[in-house]
Design a protein around this ligand. Structure first.
Ligand code: KIV
Length: 276
């Protein structure tokens, strides 16, 4: 399978659904890529599901690039998107182009994603002009959740839904190649999807989007702090890993591990020589 480029993703609209998952490290990115997922997002959800932080605003460029590099080392097929951390474009919009280019040049990502905020269009325009493919993100935008009423479904009344539609249209015009819709009523997501030429990728946005994304740790049961309604857990790994660790501990304490097959030997004559 060839490496996926932005144009491949655009061509999937109205052909088949687009698949996307997050990844933060080499082994998981390898598995996702081997499964043929179209896009991998090195999400700033890294903060919550990997680093044990409360807010995505607590990760910066250093952490994001570190993990993005591990992911791109593993990926042969999927389009890899680096999620721009809060302080890389919202705190200092003037630094946004330089930071977006770091995801491409240093971490070898294919695109970047950034969340809607008051200077989103200006920042997106600059990054697109610099030749970097941008994925937009509207609806529930965790980096600014405090400004939009918390971690709640967005666009629930006509006025709020109209605002989301306007943001989507503006982002398409500004040159985004795709749009994440997070926690948006399914019919509103469907309206936006129908209005745009670029694909929409939903998370908590229902079945009418062009594609879907989930946080990998949520879908495999490796994040136990909370479980949003939109998550479907396809496997529950945490109890299985817990059991394996307990088994290991008990076997070490009981002297059952390591067994002969896990040990190395020395020839008897060498041992005799040593003992003499
Ligand atoms: O950081 C992330 O994981 C995301 C997805 C929820 C789209 O932005």
């Amino acid at each position: 399978m060839d490496k996926t480029v932005v144009q491949d993703i655009l061509l999937l609209k109205n052909k088949r659904k687009i698949t996307m998952l997050t990844a933060y490290d080499y082994p998981i990115a390898s598995l996702i890529d081997k499964a043929g997922i179209d896009m991998i997002l090195v999400g700033d959800s890294l903060a919550n599901v990997v680093l044990g932080l409360e807010s995505t605003t607590q990760v910066g460029m250093w952490e994001m690039l570190h993990h993005a590099k591990a992911v791109t080392r593993a990926v042969k097929h999927a389009l890899v998107i680096g999620d721009m951390p809060y302080d890389s474009y919202q705190v200092d919009p003037d630094a946004s182009v330089k930071n977006a280019l770091r995801f491409i040049n240093e971490a070898k990502c294919d695109a970047v994603k950034l969340e809607w905020f008051d200077k989103c269009i200006q920042v997106t325009e600059g990054i697109v002009k610099a030749g970097v493919a941008v994925m937009g993100h509207i609806g529930l935008t965790p980096q600014t959740a405090d400004k939009i009423g918390g971690f709640k479904v967005q666009g629930k009344d006509a006025e709020a839904a109209q605002r989301l539609i306007e943001q989507a249209v503006l982002l398409e015009k500004t040159g985004c190649f795709a749009l994440v819709l997070e926690c948006v009523p399914d019919k509103i997501a469907g309206m936006i999807t129908g209005m745009l030429k670029i694909p929409t990728i939903g998370i908590g946005a229902g079945q009418y989007c062009d594609g879907q994304v989930l946080v990998i740790n949520d879908m495999v049961g490796l994040f136990e702090r909370y479980k949003p309604k939109f998550v479907k857990q396809y496997i529950n790994l945490a109890p299985q890993i817990q059991k394996a660790i307990e088994n290991y501990k008990n076997e070490v304490l009981e002297g059952k591990f390591p067994a002969a097959e896990h040990s190395f030997t020395i020839k008897k004559e060498e041992l005799d020589k040593l003992e003499r």
